[in-house]
Design a protein around this ligand. Sequence first.
Ligand SMILES: C[S@@+](CC[C@H](N)C(=O)[O-])C[C@H]1O[C@@H](n2cnc3c(N)ncnc32)[C@H](O)[C@@H]1O
Length: 382
Amino acid sequence: MDRYILIAPCHFGLESVLKREITDLGYEIYKVEDGKVSFYGDSKAICRCNIFLRTAERVMIEVGRFKAFSFDEFFEKVKKLEWERYIPKDGKFWVTKATSVKSKLFSTKDLQSLAKKAIVERLKQVYKIEWFEENGEEYPIRIFFNKDEAVVSIDTSGESLHKRGYRTWTSKAPISETLAAALIMLTPWKKDRILLDPFCGCGTFPIEAAMMAINMAPGMNRSFTAENWTNLIPKKEWYDGINEALDLIDRNVETDIQGSDIDDEVIKAARKNAINAEVDEFIHFQKKDVRDISHRKKYGFIITNPPYGERIEDKENLPELYKIIGEKYKSLDSWSAYIITSYEDALKYLGLKADKNRKIYNGMIKTYFYQFMGPKPPKKSN
Ligand SMILES: C[S@@+](CC[C@H](N)C(=O)[O-])C[C@H]1O[C@@H](n2cnc3c(N)ncnc32)[C@H](O)[C@@H]1O
């Protein structure tokens, strides 16, 4: 069985969470770099990682890694790679994305077209044909240059893995599903503890938490580009992956997950999304102003991303809003709070001292994940 180096990109700052997920699935880590984790895996790993990873953006096969300082050198080194190992005679292939950081070769357009030409040259020689119909399955190629080193890969996922398929209704400024999952995984929250998102928008945090509570794999209800690569992955391995995921679901759990938001429309969207994700029975959504939140039980978790002034006119309301969040949190007995925001004055107005603060990039936006840790509940005696 072929063994590959697989690359899974993730949000900057959350590599450790993804690394743990990959190790938990049973794969050996090869390298952890900014915004990506590489590991060893076979064709089965491609199926399982696409289906099970909650915090990866996609799963790619590394075809090659080399230094290049001129376009000629780049062309020759791409041509040298064993493309025929992956792309069949009728395969459709193109460079879907190229990026270049701190490298001599920075014109991504040129990198894209040169790579395509180099692959064509290679495959012409191997398959002994002059013209490629490209009417078969798709093999999207990605090139990432960093400090003059190129990493050349083929994408197995297709649409980014944050698109689980359940979020057909969105609110303004929704958090990405992969980021929400990673943040929950950074907290000690477990399904037997209360989770409340008082700014739940279209429900991402509660829905991701509910999927974790019942052990539902995030990629069960979507498709992946590599499902059609029968030259590399037997169909049976995809079915095995889905069956494994189905077997692991445990709907017989007791959990208290709540989402509230001031906006009635987004609460409706959240409910529909939870139905799509088949976790609606585990979440209680309610229209509520954060001013009105309360909970009589102890030891709960707030995990949330409050407004951060997406629009200029909203900015002026932030001091007051963050003051209220701080006061409400203090009024909850023995709770913990985990707040992601890009609002620079958040701590000042929350009036709280964070136990931990983690810098995370949400796309290009620098955000902070403030962690306020409450006490642990006493151990239950049997
Ligand atoms: C950044 S969005 C949260 C997005 C959410 N995490 C999601 O994935 O859709 C902030 C949310 O706070 C809500 N909001 C604003 N002021 C509020 C208030 N006073 N009480 C409760 N919710 C409020 C908005 O309606 C919006 O949905």
